[in-house]
Ligand binder design. Sequence first.
Ligand SMILES: CC(C)(COP(=O)(O)OP(=O)(O)OC[C@H]1O[C@@H](n2cnc3c(N)ncnc32)[C@H](O)[C@@H]1OP(=O)(O)O)[C@@H](O)C(=O)NCCC(=O)NCCS
Length: 439
Amino acid sequence: MNDSADPNGHLAWFRNASPYIHAHRGRTFVLAFGGEAVEETDFTALIHDIALLARLGVRLVLVHGARPQIERRLATAGIEPHYHGGLRITAEADLPLVCEATGRVRYEIEATLSTGLPNTPMAGAGIRVTGGNYVTARPWGVHEGVDHQHTGVVRRVDGEAITGALDRGEIVLLSPLGYSATGEIFNLHAEDIATEVAVALRAEKLLFLMEEAGVTDEHGDVVSRLTPAGADSYFADDALSAEVGRHLASAATAVRRGVRRVHLVARGDGALLAELYTRDGTGTLVTAETYEGLRQARVEDVGGILDLIEPLEAEGALVRRSREQLELEIDHFIVIERDGTIIACAALYPQPDGVSAEVACVAVHDDYRGGGRGRQVLDWIEQHAAERGLQRVFVLSTRTMHWFRERGYEPGDVDTLPDERQALYNWQRNSKVFVKTLG
Ligand SMILES: CC(C)(COP(=O)(O)OP(=O)(O)OC[C@H]1O[C@@H](n2cnc3c(N)ncnc32)[C@H](O)[C@@H]1OP(=O)(O)O)[C@@H](O)C(=O)NCCC(=O)NCCS
């Protein structure tokens, strides 16, 4: 890419986003956010991003909370909130105030989605927002002797009606209220609604916008991906905040019940778009899907690499490397990880001559051979070498000569190797030399 044509990287960004634009079009996403989001200064930016998703063809169900607004409304009326087991008890007398506070939040969101001023991201958006009696509720009931009165849980979701609205191109906006078969109103948890709706619609994605960045590990780093079983291990050690714990539990439930991907993302300007339209989202993704990825090796991978290469060393296909040597050389390695197991690796050793590098330790686990992974690691290594300005790569092989030849490597002699590498050549091993000039 000519830098002068793309000084700010916008074109590159747009090109990188295009596969995601294509993948998300026509898919159903359920997006849940708390009442706090509505009060933040970047709420308008969030609505703009939601409008953009809709215009890019994403079928959207929004579920909003109203906790701070309800608390304030009750406080203004001099009513003390009552909780039991972390759940609000909604008394009969509180209900009109709960409805009022919830209604206000809803109108605020609808109003913001209705703006269409020229010279704003909403210009001509023409978004239709819809709602209705899509969620049937039942009382949460009496727990440990405490009646939660009008605090409820979702009993049923009218998926057909929501699908109908989505088919008409409308955004469905759901408030944290539900109606029972007896005609009563119940105060519900927004994330309970979002989870049940995502399951009922078999949504492609369920997204929880949170205060925190996602699930973090013991070093405070965001865990980018978890399976439902992996999520369970986080509950066991009780290290999660109440907010993250609740959302993670909902995420694991949703995935177990058929939602493909649940994202836990921090609210914040642009976070939603970054999560959906870039390769590296910012939050935690919970999914049951197999994960496989190629990446730079880290020192924690040494054990996995040894498991992979030791059988190949034993049969003489690869040169033996000790754990200590691997630890020292780990920065030269790349790996393919599949659900926590290293299934392929390769290494690149730039030479002191400054123009060449040795490709080494190319290995794919027996169970995964013939799936293009060998080619994938080799391509990556060669591309990386070319990006570093190197002109050629060479490999010393005893068994895989044809595999390299078919990938553009030409037979060479030991004396064509850089001097330092010639000095280390193992004549007893008698490997063949192959060289490829990088284009
Ligand atoms: C060589 C190796 C990395 C290939 O991995 P892979 O993931 O199976 O590779 P790909 O899927 O990209 O390529 C598979 C193709 O290579 C062929 N191939 C595999 N090993 C080969 C060999 N030793 N010689 C020639 N061709 C070979 C396969 O038959 C297949 O061909 P096809 O597509 O016509 O059926 C893997 O077989 C391996 O780990 N070998 C042992 C370690 C080794 O010798 N490494 C090289 C030393 S640096």
